[in-house]
Write a protein that binds this ligand. Structure first.
Ligand code: CAA
Ligand code: NAI
Length: 697
């Protein structure tokens, strides 16, 4: 079928878009639509027009891959204006997802009939660092009210068709054939004046007082950064206060400002980086995935319960095995509490919470995992214990089951080697809290089968996670980089930067939480145990002194009410003079002369250590692409998406400058700053990580 096809049903012309996979409104589709509409409008035999999509998509909006090149006519805003201007009634048969420019197209039609099962209606442009640029900020407020539109546009959330109907976005819901319903609707409008949203007036008395002032005050730490949210509010405010022509001009201006910002580029890069991560080189569609219908989890501690909830939320039945009845009861209770808290907060219904909980089978016998298609081990971080569990699982698990470990530091090859089926063993490294954090590091051991990798990636998507491949090394990708950055943070403490200054600088830059606040949240005993096992020496031991002393004082972080900070009853952190005095006295004992470290230096040293370690990981082949590393940092480590990720930041700085800065720090601080050979090579070639990634396509 052509990209746009017109059929007639009597005097109704049906224009259908068919541009797989998502009906993105690239140039060819826009041109096809313009031609089809001009023809239908000019054809005396046509009395009404229905516009629809194909499969699950009406249209997912503008083609994001065209954003970096000059747009070509016909432009979407003008196309939509022409459709709205039609004297013949135009009905959108919203057969599926309508997002961004796709929803704006539907808003340009005079009426919208949607399938009751349509789940994704929205203007998610903000997530790409831009704002709706084809009239959405002007027409949506006219359709559903200013306050509701402002909320949808500044959050980018999706609503379903039923909600759309209740808000006035959808005129009619269809239970069966949407197209047939839309054709009937169109016929009922023949001969009547079309209702154009652009011509309707906004009732200003309905706009709550201070709506825009409050919205502006609430965007300080918006996930899309500082530019797009402000632009979105400005544009909606224009809709509420100006005639449509002026409002559209303001929208255009605000759109341009947002689109030109570095944050828009970073967010669009992040969108494609995430999708690219799912693509495993050499593992094409010919690799048959294993069927995974049931899950077994070993260990119902912090991670085991979180992972269980993630799979229950994904619709899977889960059997969870513990070693003692007490631990099992505690785990089950935590799972029940989390599900019911989600229901209380309205995230799921009570019925869904009950359904999900009913799919849980608690057990004290590992043998009960014999039927599971995927078993994930989440027992204590101890190699001897993990080997023992894997030997048993090898005897119990059915042939073809995938056996995974959630280890965060141990060698997955060694774990796999105790089984007779290393091809079935993989690392599935979830992040805490596992039911919330989106990242899933999929650790490919030396013998992990291609089908196991492909299946793991598909499962990640089914439970709403972002799967990214990593190779085996200490800390894999994410935590190895974190160790490097954490080491620098400890060095900066000794040099004179206080916890509030370090966290403050990085949070002001955009990190969700500063590194010391994160350690307090995760529990300082975790790192302490790892350090003691590793018997650190030299500079690393020196850098660990402050954190070690804090643990030895019995301050394990939030769970004990104190760590790097002190916590009040509401878990709000407070600066603790005792810790600042400890930092000063440790520095004195090591004869380190303290100084004020400016926030720019704190941020630079953190980012440079991350990027340098990332480059080493890349040259060793532990990560497949720089964009994979960024995807991990954005989804597992609270790195702001609008900053693109540490490798994107390195490219933005320019690799020559990056190399110079790293070398300057190496000259000052010694071997911990040793530059990655890959950075030197790319800097000499005047290349970028992005260009290196592009070669791997
Ligand atoms: N442009 C270009 N490609 C797109 C796209 C878009 N708007 N939306 C999705 N794709 C591509 C994806 O990159 C992916 O390609 P590969 O298979 O090659 O990796 C493919 O379509 C399928 O996408 P997903 O894997 O994400 O599929 P999904 O079913 O999980 O999700 C979706 C579908 C909800 C539409 C999701 O892709 C999405 O959120 N897309 C972005 C939608 C969006 O932001 N639209 C607004 C665009 S901006 C705009 O419209 C500006 C304006 O006002 C003019
Ligand atoms: P945890 O101590 O909270 O839970 C471990 C659970 O395993 C305990 O409930 C224990 O009773 C149970 N267990 C021990 N031996 C068992 C056996 N033989 N059979 C059944 N159950 C057994 O530990 P946590 O934090 O959940 O960690 C588990 C794993 O996840 C570790 O490998 C850890 O490195 C990893 N991990 C932890 C993260 C975290 O933030 N806590 C993040 C990512 C991975």
């Amino acid at each position: 079928m052509a990209i746009v096809e017109t059929q007639s049903q009597g005097d109704v012309a049906i224009i259908r878009m068919d541009n797989p996979p998502v009906n993105a409104l690239g140039h060819a589709l826009r041109a096809g639509l313009e031609k089809a509409f001009l023809q239908a409008i000019g054809d005396a035999g046509v009395k009404a027009i229905v516009l629809t999509g194909t499969g699950k998509f009406f249209s997912a909006g503008a083609d994001i891959s065209e954003f970096r090149s000059e747009a070509k006519e016909p432009y979407l805003p003008q196309l939509i204006d022409k459709i709205e201007a039609s004297v013949k009634p135009v009905v959108a048969a919203v057969n599926g997802t309508a997002l961004g420019g796709g929803l704006e197209l539907a808003l340009g039609c005079h009426y919208r009939v949607a399938g009751r099962d349509v789940r994704q209606l929205g203007l998610p442009e903000i997530k790409l660092g831009i704002i709706p640029g084809a009239g959405g900020t002007q027409r949506l407020p006219r359709a559903i009210g200013v306050e509701a539109a402002l909320q949808l546009i500044t959050s980018g959330v999706f609503i379903d068709a039923a909600k759309g109907a209740s808000q006035g976005l959808i005129d009619s819901l269809a239970d069966g054939d949407v197209l047939a319903a839309a054709v009937l609707f169109a016929r009922s409008r023949i001969g009547k004046p079309p209702r154009r949203i652009g011509e309707s007036k906004i009732d200003k008395s309905q706009v709550p007082a201070q709506l825009f002032e409050k919205a502006r005050a609430g965007i300080a730490r918006h996930p899309s950064g500082p530019v797009a949210p402000k632009a979105a509010i400005d544009a909606v405010e224009a809709a509420a206060t100006l005639p449509i022509a002026e409002g559209l001009a303001r929208e255009r201006q605000a759109f341009r400002e947002a689109a030109a910002s570095p944050y828009a580029r970073a967010l669009q890069y992040a969108f494609f980086a995430e999708r690219r991560a799912a693509n495993l080189p050499g593992i094409g569609p010919a690799v048959k995935q294993r069927e995974v219908e049931s899950i077994g989890i070993v260990g119902a501690g912090t991670m085991g319960t979180g992972i269980t909830i993630a799979f229950l939320n994904g619709g899977y039945p889960v059997t969870v095995v513990e070693s003692t009845p007490e631990a099992l009861d505690k785990g089950v209770e935590r799972i029940r509490d989390t599900l019911s808290a989600n229901a209380k907060r309205g995230r799921i219904t009570e019925a869904q919470a009950a359904d999900r909980f009913a799919k849980l089978t608690p057990s004290l016998k590992l043998e009960d995992l014999g039927k599971a298609d995927l078993v994930i081990e989440a027992v204590f971080e101890n190699m001897a214990l993990k080997k023992e569990v894997f030997e048993k699982l090898d005897a119990i698990a059915k042939p073809g089951a995938i056996i995974a470990t959630n280890t965060s530091t141990l060698d997955v090859n060694q774990i796999a080697a105790v089984t007779k089926r290393p091809q079935d063993v993989v690392g599935l490294h979830f992040f805490s809290p596992a039911n919330i954090m989106r990242l899933l590091e999929i650790v490919r051991a030396a013998k992990t089968g291609d089908d196991v990798m492909a299946t793991s990636m598909a499962i990640a998507k089914r439970i709403g996670k972002v799967g990214v491949q990593a190779g085996v090394c200490d800390g894999f990708v994410g935590n190895r980089m974190l160790a490097s950055y954490g080491g620098e943070v400890q060095a900066m403490l000794l040099e004179g930067a206080m916890p509030r200054e370090i966290d403050g600088a990085l949070e002001a830059w955009g990190m969700a939480m500063g590194p010391l606040a994160v350690s307090d949240l995760a529990g300082l005993d975790v790192g302490y145990r790892i350090r003691k096992e590793r018997k650190l020496t030299g500079e690393a031991a020196q850098h660990a002194r402050i954190a070690d002393k804090i643990v030895e004082m019995g301050r394990l972080g939030q769970k004990t009410g104190a760590g790097f900070y002190r916590y009040d009853a509401n878990r709000r952190r407070q600066v603790d003079p005792e810790i600042e005095a400890l930092i000063r006295s440790e520095a004195e004992a090591l004869q380190i002369k303290q100084r004020h470290i400016p926030p720019e230096e704190i941020v630079e040293r953190s980012l440079l250590r991350l990027a340098n370690e990332g480059a080493k990981i890349l040259e060793e082949g532990i990560a497949l692409r720089a964009s994979d590393i960024d995807t991990m940092y954005l989804n597992g480590y609270g790195f702001p998406a609008w900053r693109g990720g540490p490798m994107w930041q390195a490219d933005a700085m320019g690799l020559k400058k990056l190399a110079d800065r790293i070398k300057a720090y190496e000259a000052k601080y010694g071997p911990r700053w040793k530059i990655a050979a890959l950075i030197e090579r790319l800097a000499a070639e005047d290349a970028t990580f992005a260009a290196l990634d592009a070669k791997k396509r």
